[in-house]
Design a protein. Structure first.
Length: 339
């Protein structure tokens, strides 16, 4: 079986499979060239031929064990009826923001996602036999922070206030995201992805009771719906910033594997996460930029911590734009020659 898929099913590999979050993107010159040609991120993400090419670029260059679909977590809000734009140097925007516009005023546009499924079919046909194909979506809490505020924010304060002030209306938004995420991931699976990841980039901003309600519960709903339909498709949960709440997340959501960010000591994670659960992570993206001995010792620390369980080598968060290509090559050599 493909090494990454086997690991996700719970079989430890002698050499851990590797892929990097955000591996298809701006640190690659071939990505920047294609994006310039297509005129921007959204034009690229909704053009199946180009998006398939971008998905495969890092596989061709580095031979990662996993390919991640080139798309974005904010495609779901666009399918729910918000207008998605990526201004140059500004980050994404969604309008109208739900902080002052009712969800019911939006007109859903599920067809917005059709090009993504076509991208999946093309990539599935193009990948090497040993490469696992990963689909993804954002987790409801993280997606809701963008839908409510209409943009990214430093501490998600608007959305946290909204969730306290009007939990009924906020729950309706989260429920709509859950439903549309299940449909979105199901269609990705039908089109050819072999495992899926739920990105919860802002899971770290919630107090414990809110974390239970807005992170654990909606992710558990998504996982159980997917497992009922596709029992053989592993789900990776990545609650960035969850820290001490990671073990509860791992036990209570039903995810098959858990992603760990770089702020967590991998030895602590190895001890506190369920014994046989596959773990993904957690090299500091800045150690990858630093290179040299910093990179070497950080890589061996992660490898050593997770040596006794199924482990997928990855960063603790997305690869940064100024990461030297040579450091990515060095990382792969270090991981693959370690045992
Ligand atoms: O991992 C991959 O290579 C696959 C594609 C992917 C993208 N975004 C492409 C992208 C994935 C998995 C994402 C996830 C995503 N998108 C998250 C969760 C993970 C994380 O990084 O926390 C979030 C919060 C978003 C929302 C988003 N998309 C933001 C905040 C931004 C702007 C900031 C940035 O990194 O540029 C994006 C744009 C985006 N999504 C780019 C890419 C390659 C950059 C667009 C460009 O080319 O300029």
């Amino acid at each position: 079986m493909k090494p990454l898929l086997a690991t996700l099913r719970g079989w430890r590999q002698p050499v851990p499979p590797v892929w990097l979050m955000r591996q298809a993107g701006r640190y690659l010159p071939e990505y920047r060239a294609l994006r310039a040609e297509k005129g921007g991120f959204l034009a690229l993400a909704t053009d199946p031929e180009a998006a398939a090419e971008v998905t495969v670029q890092p596989i061709r260059r580095f031979g990662f064990d996993g390919a991640i679909l080139f798309s974005d977590i904010l495609m779901v809000p666009a399918a729910l009826g918000q207008t998605l734009t990526f201004g140059v140097g500004e980050g994404p925007a969604l309008s109208p923001p739900l902080v002052d516009h009712a969800l019911e005023t939006l007109t859903a546009n599920p067809g917005f996602l059709d090009p993504v499924y076509e991208t999946v079919r093309r990539v599935a046909a193009a990948l090497p036999a040993e490469t696992t194909f990963l689909g993804f979506a954002g987790s409801p809490w993280t997606v809701a922070t963008y839908m409510v505020a209409g943009r990214g924010s430093r501490d998600q304060s608007e959305t946290r206030r909204f969730a306290y002030a009007d939990p009924v209306r906020f729950a309706a938004i989260v429920d709509a995201i859950v439903e549309s995420t299940v449909a979105y991931l199901s269609a990705q699976i039908e089109a050819g992805v072999e495992a899926v990841q739920l990105f919860d980039s802002w899971a770290g901003s919630l107090a414990p009771a809110q974390f239970e309600r807005w992170v654990i519960a909606p992710n558990a709903a998504i996982v159980s719906a997917l497992h009922a339909r596709y029992p053989h498709v592993p789900v990776i949960g990545f609650p960035k910033g969850a820290g001490g709440k990671l073990p509860a997340y791992a036990r209570e959501t039903g995810v098959d594997a858990v992603g760990v960010d770089e702020t967590v000591d991998p030895h602590w994670a190895a001890t506190h996460l369920p014994a046989d659960m596959p773990v993904q992570g957690n090299l500091d993206p800045l150690a990858l930029i630093a290179g040299r001995e910093t990179l070497e010792s950080a890589v061996s620390n992660v490898l050593e911590a997770f040596a006794d369980r199924p482990h997928i080598f990855n960063l603790g968060h997305g690869i940064l734009q100024d990461t030297p290509i040579a450091h990515v090559e060095r990382l792969l050599a270090l991981v693959r020659s370690a045992r």
